[in-house]
Structure formats: structure tokens, C-alpha cells
Ligand binder design. Structure first.
Ligand SMILES: Cc1cc2nc3c(=O)[nH]c(=O)nc-3n(C[C@H](O)[C@H](O)[C@H](O)COP(=O)(O)O)c2cc1C
Length: 331
């Protein structure tokens, strides 16, 4: 794939400057593979509890499953206890992940209450202890993903970035909204630029990219080393290819119906392979609809899949919808 100049995180070579953001409950192996097949340079796992990893939860350990086709892959862990985070990071490394990421951005109450996620940005001492412990416990690169901070000052992000760099962190991803903001308002890209000016390690810009033009604008405005896309890649992995093309000065390819439907089927097939037919079909009831967003009669399509039980049934409904649309759009 010719996707333009690449990026290095520690010794790990990233073949494009586009990164799939970690999305809890979404960025499982099939989702990551789809992003990768659409040109994404680097994919993140969902956030994984360090406690659950350290205590050997079978279900959580299964979340570490990966395959060579998705490499390089980042596994993100969350927690606030340095020793447990170190243990979890070592488990992540031995599972074959290329990079381990520390979640310092999750604002969900259940996580923040334990001092983890974005709460680490309020307590620099704990954040530093966690980073140092993780850094010491693994040889693979360590990254952090942060928000602006707890409140609007932005100083927490700048402070944490300095601490992280001095502790040997290899890259920082920045979603410049505060904990208090959640997903409201706009991401403050100027903070990405300030962090980029302050540290020498790669800075990954994140927040509100919904098109290739947004990604290009973020890179121009902030000088960030790569762009990370979250919500806009749900149901639209092709955004990575479009960004790659624009960053290389090539025309941005549009996504036709055939590719969309092929993507749907690939996602279905990979989910069946990875999760088994019953679980995959339950999941597909809400997920296949993502790939039909904006298409005519998509609500009727979504209704028709909300009781899915088998892969065969899913394929039949997808084919029927595709044929219907082709006929409609040709006439
Ligand atoms: C459903 C959902 C799940 C998320 N899960 C995580 C997560 O597990 N770890 C994390 O660091 N950020 C998580 N985020 C935040 C995203 O990674 C990203 O920072 C945020 O959505 C902003 O990027 P965007 O505007 O491109 O979506 C999540 C966001 C959403 C919407």
C-alpha cells in the first residue's frame, strides 16, 4: 500500500499516518482488521482493565487475541496501581502486542472513581508512578492517551506530556477535551500544537476528524505527527484510505456501494470467525447498520437485521438490500 510517509513509535514502523482510536466495546479484532484493510496505519484495542488482566480473567485475556495481519497493534490498559499496571503491561507484551498504551483519558465515572483514566491527569505523582512502572516492566514502546485535563486550563496536559517524555514514553495521543466536557463542545486543536512544540516524541492528534480534509487541517494547524480517528471510522473505515491519499497529494477516492457492501460482508465473516456465529450475529444486529448510514432505506435494512441468528440469513439480507439499491439507483 502506498500511503505516504510513515511514522516511528520507538522502533515500531507505522506504514501510514492514520490511526484508529481505541473505542470501548467496538475496536475488537474484526473491527481493527477492517480498519487495517482500509489503509489504517495503526490500530488500538479497546481499553482493557489492568486488574482483570493481572487477576487472569479468561474473558479479559481473550481480548488480547490478535493476528499478524493487524500488526502493528497497540493494546490499551487502564488502572491506577503502578504494580498492577506493570504486571498488566508485561502480560500485554507477552501476548505479542507491539505497543502498550496507558489510558489517561477515560472520563467514565466507574473508571475515574478508582483513580484511573482521566483521573490520572489530576494526580501527577500517581501518573508518574504508573508510567515509570509500566516503562520498567516492558521492552516494547509505551504510549499514553490523554485529554486536555480535568478542567479548562490545559496545564494538566502540558504537565503530563513533560512527565511522560522524561519517563521514556514513546508517543502521546491527545484528545483535547477536558474530563468535564465529555464529548461536548469542540476539541481544542491548539493544545495539540502546544504539546507538539513542547516535546520531541511523536504527538498524535485526535478529536473531531470526520473527513480527509479535517485530518489535513489538523496536521497543518498542529504539526502533529499522525492523526487518530474515532467516531468517524465507525461504519466508515475508508476514511483512513481517504486521509492517506489526501496527505500524499493524491485524489481522494470515493466509496461506492460495492465497497460498502463488501466491507459489511467482510466484517460479518471476520466476526463469525472470531466470535462464533451466535455471538457475532447478535452483535451484527446493531453493527451492520453502521455501514448503511446515509443510504436510502437504511432504516428498513436496520429493522430487517435486528433479529439476525445466522450468517447465511445475514448474507441473504445484505445481498437483497444491495441488489435493491443497485436497481433503485440505476433507474
Ligand atoms: C464509544 C466510544 C468508546 C471509547 N473508548 C475509548 C477507550 O476505550 N479508550 C480511550 O482512550 N478512548 C476511548 N474513546 C475516546 C476515543 O478514542 C477518542 O479519543 C474520541 O472519540 C475523540 O475522537 P473522535 O472525535 O475522532 O471520535 C471512546 C470514544 C467513544 C465514542
Amino acid at each position: 500500500m502506498d500511503s505516504g510517509p510513515c511514522l516511528k513509535i520507538g522502533p515500531v514502523l507505522i506504514p501510514a499516518k492514520t490511526i484508529q482510536a481505541p473505542l470501548a466495546g467496538i475496536t475488537n479484532l474484526p473491527f481493527r482488521l477492517l480498519a487495517k484493510s482500509a489503509g489504517c496505519g495503526l490500530v488500538y484495542s479497546e481499553m482493557i482493565s489492568s486488574n482483570a488482566l493481572a487477576y487472569g480473567s479468561r474473558k479479559t485475556l481473550q481480548m488480547l487475541a490478535g493476528i499478524p495481519e493487524e500488526k502493528p497493534v497497540v493494546v490499551q490498559i487502564f488502572g491506577a496501581d503502578p504494580a498492577i499496571m506493570a504486571e498488566a503491561a508485561a502480560i500485554v507484551e507477552s501476548s505479542g502486542a507491539d505497543i502498550v498504551d496507558i489510558n489517561m483519558g477515560c472520563p467514565v465515572r466507574k473508571v475515574v472513581r478508582t483513580g484511573a483514566g482521566v483521573a490520572l491527569m489530576r494526580t501527577f505523582k500517581t501518573a508518574e508512578a504508573v508510567i515509570k512502572a509500566v516503562r520498567r516492566s516492558v521492552k516494547i514502546p509505551v504510549t499514553i492517551k490523554i485529554r486536555s485535563g480535568w478542567n479548562a486550563s490545559g496545564r494538566q496536559a502540558l504537565g503530563i506530556a513533560t512527565i511522560a517524555e522524561s519517563c521514556g514514553v514513546d508517543a502521546i495521543a491527545v484528545h483535547p477535551r477536558t474530563a468535564m466536557q465529555g464529548f461536548k463542545g469542540k476539541a481544542d486543536w491548539s493544545l495539540i500544537a502546544r504539546i507538539k512544540e513542547q516535546v520531541l516524541i511523536p504527538v498524535i492528534g485526535n478529536g473531531d476528524i470526520v473527513s480527509a480534509a479535517d485530518a489535513e487541517a489538523m496536521m497543518k494547524q498542529t504539526a502533529c505527527d499522525a492523526v487518530m480517528v474515532g467516531r468517524a471510522a465507525i461504519g466508515n473505515p475508508w476514511i483512513f484510505e481517504q486521509i492517506n491519499h489526501l496527505l500524499c497529494g493524491k485524489p481522494v477516492p470515493s466509496v461506492d456501494l460495492t465497497r460498502r457492501f463488501r466491507g459489511m460482508k467482510t466484517y460479518l465473516r471476520m466476526s463469525v470467525n472470531y466470535l462464533g456465529e451466535a455471538q457475532a450475529c447478535r452483535m451484527m444486529r446493531s453493527r451492520l447498520g453502521w455501514y448503511a448510514k446515509g443510504l436510502p432505506y437504511s432504516s428498513r435494512f436496520r429493522e430487517s437485521i435486528n433479529q439476525l441468528r445466522t450468517e447465511e440469513e445475514a448474507l441473504e439480507i445484505i445481498d437483497k438490500y444491495q441488489a435493491f439499491l443497485h436497481k433503485k439507483l440505476v433507474i
